[in-house]
Design a protein around this ligand. Structure first.
Ligand SMILES: *[C@@H]1O[C@H](CO)[C@@H](O)[C@H](O)[C@H]1NC(C)=O
Ligand SMILES: *[C@@H]1O[C@H](CO)[C@@H](O)[C@H](O)[C@H]1NC(C)=O
Ligand SMILES: *[C@@H]1O[C@H](CO)[C@@H](O)[C@H](O)[C@H]1NC(C)=O
Ligand SMILES: *[C@@H]1O[C@H](CO)[C@@H](O)[C@H](O)[C@H]1NC(C)=O
Ligand SMILES: *[C@@H]1O[C@H](CO)[C@@H](O)[C@H](O)[C@H]1NC(C)=O
Ligand SMILES: *[C@@H]1O[C@H](CO)[C@@H](O)[C@H](O)[C@H]1NC(C)=O
Length: 365
């Protein structure tokens, strides 16, 4: 009798415990496990510490975890491209048959050794239309929701929404690093003509490898002009700190976009303070409209930097792909060994040059 009484008590206790646990797992997470972007909201920028959210994330795989896992290479590396409607919706490109996203994808098709990389591209959509276009193309898609801003239209360079969009991607990327994923960040106005992983350093001590508008010849010189349109960052405590520091300056950086803020942080010696090893990428391989690569045999990416409007970028990048096809074709003619003496030239980036004439003549992208 005594015994069965105790077991009934035990049973009751266990049931209560179980119900309690059920409550914790099923109900309370909805209010507590929102760290990725709730925490990113401007209300509490200073308090986003990775440790607090870590346990919640371990319990519940959220959409971002799932998306990252699906796109990731075996070594937890992904390629991240962020798009909004202006870059993805054909309705926005009256003057061309193709959107920026189309061109981006086409470059993976035309590039050398780039097709298989598309499986590892995670397209981060800033609005509903971009997300639907992404799904329609059967890519790996993730919808990034940020409160209070409509990111759909073309954000004119340096407008208030443009800057907000930049910052919300910075905090998103910090979140990806915190989850232990290294990534290549690429703007969609970067054409992938060769596999960058073959060209990037595989030395694990290098935390960040970042493209430049102008390369001064020294991969370790902080005098290089960085461009945040293409970089490879490894996930570790130093890089997480960098992205958090970068983001924390947002409210003290009125009128500046995140790239300029990073440049300022670099000039203030932040890389050294955080113990970061940063390599600046040679424009011979990671090129752009600011500095063309002179070598078609080596060029890896072409970024439509130093350019102000989407229409101009689409126009000039279309020419880049045409040049690239011509180069590939000339090398492929039967009985025609790679003739290194033939000089291939890039078509002049006329659209982008003109794009600066409209207004704003004092800044360079
Ligand atoms: C991850 O794996 C890919 C494919 O095997 C390789 O090319 C790349 O260099 C690796 N990345 C890192 C950061 O080790
Ligand atoms: C990586 O870089 C460090 C520092 O420059 C160097 O000591 C090390 O030998 C390099 N490792 C490899 C595998 O090249
Ligand atoms: C960051 O540092 C903590 C404590 O030093 C360590 O436990 C953790 O593994 C580190 N995280 C990464 C991503 O290196
Ligand atoms: C904001 O910038 C000003 C001027 O550059 C500087 O004096 C101040 O310490 C900064 N504030 C923060 C919170 O970083
Ligand atoms: C390479 O191209 C140059 C210039 O068109 C031509 O003079 C030369 O004969 C070519 N060489 C070969 C091996 O085809
Ligand atoms: C820039 O444009 C303004 C008018 O928008 C003009 O007054 C100014 O002279 C221009 N500056 C240069 C350097 O062209």
């Amino acid at each position: 009798m005594e015994i069965s009484k105790t077991s009934i008590l035990n049973l009751t206790f266990l049931t209560l415990l179980f119900t309690g646990l059920l409550y914790i797992f099923l109900i309370s997470p909805s209010s507590t496990s929102f760290p990725p972007l709730k925490a990113a909201s401007p209300a509490c920028p200073g308090q986003r510490k990775s440790a607090g959210s870590a346990t919640d994330e371990a319990v519940l795989a959220d959409d971002l975890d799932i998306a990252l896992r699906r796109a990731s290479m075996a070594n937890r590396t992904v390629i991240i491209a962020i798009v909004n409607q202006a870059y993805a919706d054909p309705a926005n490109s009256e003057d061309s048959d193709r959107t920026m996203l189309d061109l981006f994808l086409e470059s993976f098709w035309l590039g050398e050794g780039t097709r298989k990389l598309l499986d590892h591209v995670l397209v981060v959509a800033m609005d509903r239309t971009a997300y639907m276009m992404c799904k329609f193309r059967r890519l790996n898609c993730y919808r990034l929701v940020t409160e209070g801003v409509n990111f759909a239209g073309e954000k004119l360079y340096m407008s208030e929404d443009f800057i907000k969009m930049m910052w919300s991607r910075t905090i998103f990327l910090a979140d990806v690093l915190r989850r232990g994923y290294s990534f290549i960040f690429t703007d969609t106005d970067v054409m992938w003509l060769r596999n960058p992983l073959a060209r990037l350093s595989s030395n694990e001590t290098e935390d960040l490898q970042i493209s430049t508008d102008v390369f001064n010849g020294d991969p370790w010189s902080e005098k290089n002009l960085i461009n945040t349109g293409f970089y490879f960052v490894r996930s570790n405590n130093r890089t997480i700190s960098l992205f958090e520091t970068w983001y924390s300056t947002k409210d003290n950086a009125t009128g500046k976009k995140e790239q300029d803020v990073l440049l300022d942080l670099m000039r203030l010696g932040m890389f050294r303070v955080l113990g970061l090893k940063v390599r600046f990428l040679d424009t011979q391989y990671f090129s752009g409209f600011c500095t063309d690569s002179k070598d078609f045999g080596a060029v890896t990416t072409v970024h439509a930097n130093c350019c102000r409007s989407i229409v101009a970028k689409v126009f000039d990048l279309t020419a880049v792909l045409r040049d690239w096809k011509r180069y590939k074709f000339s090398n492929r003619r039967p009985g025609y060994a790679r003739n290194r003496t033939v000089r291939h030239m890039w078509t002049k980036h006329v659209g982008c040059w003109k794009s600066w004439r409209v207004t704003m003549n004092n800044t360079v992208h």
